[in-house]
Design a protein around this ligand. Structure first.
Ligand code: FAD
Length: 462
């Protein structure tokens, strides 16, 4: 299917006019939301010349990437069929509304795992390609795009184009990380990873400060395929950046203890509690207490352990709708990255500013990135830090000051988490923006695909 699909005349489904936010519940928008369950219906929505349009997956982008205030949003979650799977190669074809959780449900019992996964499994593959997501294995396996063979993209004219490294390659590279602004990803082919068990054979490593954390990441770099650190954003002075690293590789059968080896691809289902109401419990006192306790509970410098896949990859999925702990005003996740030579200094500057501000939350994560392709993909080789900040007075000005620190060291901020960056900062952080804009203009000459994020960042043509 390399050419245009035949246009069918179908009624455009009625939209639901409703308020909408990203995962951080900031900002709030209002849109006409379409939820087609057939490609032909989607084509009707895309080609109806009413107002601008943005695709939306599971709505796990934190800020305004999947919002289109006072315009149209098309929810792709009903286009979620798995189409074919070849166990010999691990190649899976499926529609873009399939979630990573669904992939794990179906394929982990057969010995396959997604090649890259973000810190939540409740994301669609379309949304994951559009953000070109990274996982805890970026230092070894790069971002999701590296494992995607091709995708089919419905562009503004309603045509469907196959995009790969060989075919429509400009559009391929503009769409991965392109935040839904080049068209709608309909289906894709992905190479799944073969695994022998649902467990990771790894270590919990305690690092007393940021230098010890970096030293630990460098030491385990060639040993473990997956690594991540929880970082205490309230520690200061010689303990600045103290961290707990979780590192591991999928365990092979012969590495598993006998009790786990009996049924290696099955783990115990977990309870899934939820936060019943908006309960703003995040403040500098609760955060301090939580961080001190978490660190104190892990006394040993390093402990060998087996993690089940759910605890290792998705600790945040354990509590549904956890953003409610930030109350109605919501929160912003600030995720930035620096090149290798600037990472240590950049980390110290941002951690010091954050500690001083007393604004940070429980959640702060440090990871190491490796090589990366793509025009607007966020990762670059170096270290990345992600911190949640509750929306409070003065937060936006404070985050602007972090932008200046990140920018001066050649770093950038992740669009899938952003809700507030300025157009000037965006352009300085994403030097391939002009190339991206040229590729978008070919697929979407009238700029039909637009979002709250693209307007805020000045990505739409003037
Ligand atoms: C708890 C948590 C942890 C996270 N951890 C990580 C992490 O470790 N690494 C990481 O990289 N990200 C992470 N994220 C961010 C998340 O992976 C991305 O925002 C991802 O894009 C969300 O996918 P979604 O299906 O929810 O898409 P949405 O949030 O609905 O949309 C995200 C973007 O994708 C576009 N889009 C959606 N579907 C399509 C489609 N079919 N065709 C074209 N464009 C489309 C939208 O227009 C939008 O720009 C995390 C998010 C949460 C909530």
């Amino acid at each position: 299917m390399t050419s245009a699909t035949r246009r069918q005349s179908v009624a455009v489904p009625n939209p639901l006019h409703a308020p909408l936010t990203g995962w951080g519940r900031y900002p709030l928008s209002e849109s006409d939301i379409y939820r087609p369950d057939k490609i032909a219906e989607l084509q009707g929505v895309v080609t109806a010349n009413i107002s601008s349009l943005i695709p939306r997956g599971a709505g796990r982008a934190y800020g305004d990437a999947a919002l289109n205030d006072q315009n149209r949003v098309v929810d792709l979650t009903r286009l979620n069929r798995m189409l074919s799977f070849d166990a010999a190669s691990g190649l899976l074809r499926c529609e873009a509304g399939v979630t990573i959780a669904e992939l794990i449900d179906v394929f982990l019992p057969r010995g396959f795992f997604p090649p890259v996964t973000p810190g939540t499994r409740f994301v669609t593959l379309g949304g994951s390609v559009a953000a070109d997501v990274h996982g805890k294995n970026h230092h070894r396996d790069s971002s999701l795009a590296s494992h995607v063979m091709y995708f089919d993209l419905m562009i503004a004219s309603g045509e469907v184009l196959r995009c790969s490294r060989e075919e429509n390659s400009d559009l391929f590279w503009a769409t991965v990380g392109g935040m839904g602004l080049t068209g709608v990803i309909l289906e894709l082919e992905l190479r799944m990873r073969r695994v022998e068990s649902a467990y990771l054979d790894g270590e919990l490593i305690r690092a007393g400060n940021i230098d010890a954390a970096i030293e630990a990441f460098e030491r385990i770099d060639s040993v473990y395929g997956y690594s991540v650190a929880w970082i205490d954003c309230n520690s200061t002075k010689s303990a600045l950046g103290r961290s707990l690293l979780n590192v591991g590789n999928f365990a092979t059968l012969d590495q598993l203890p006998r009790n786990l080896a009996q049924d290696p691809l099955t783990t115990m289902p977990k309870l899934s509690p939820f936060v019943p109401l908006d309960l703003p419990v995040v403040n500098s006192m609760t955060v301090r207490a939580f961080n001190a306790l978490t660190y104190a509970l892990h006394r040993e410098k390093s402990a060998h352990t087996f993690f089940d896949w759910e605890s290792f990859f998705y600790p945040l999925d354990a509590i549904r709708n956890w953003p409610r702990i930030y109350g109605k005003r919501g929160f912003v996740q600030y995720q930035c990255v620096w090149p290798p030579d600037e990472s240590r200094a950049g980390l110290v500057e941002v951690l010091e500013a954050t500690t001083r501000s007393r604004r940070a939350s429980f959640l702060a994560v440090l990871k190491k990135f490796g090589a990366q392709d793509g025009l607007l993909s966020f990762p670059m080789a170096g270290y990345t830090l992600a911190i949640d900040f509750p929306v409070t007075d003065g937060l936006l000005e404070f985050l602007d000051s972090l932008d200046a620190l990140v920018l001066k060291r050649g770093g950038r901020v992740y669009l899938a988490k952003d809700a507030r960056m300025s157009p000037e900062t965006f352009r300085a952080m994403y030097p391939n923006f002009r190339k991206w804009q040229a590729a978008k203009a070919v697929a979407d000459p009238d700029n039909r695909f637009s979002s709250s994020l693209s307007r805020r960042l000045g990505m739409d043509p003037a």
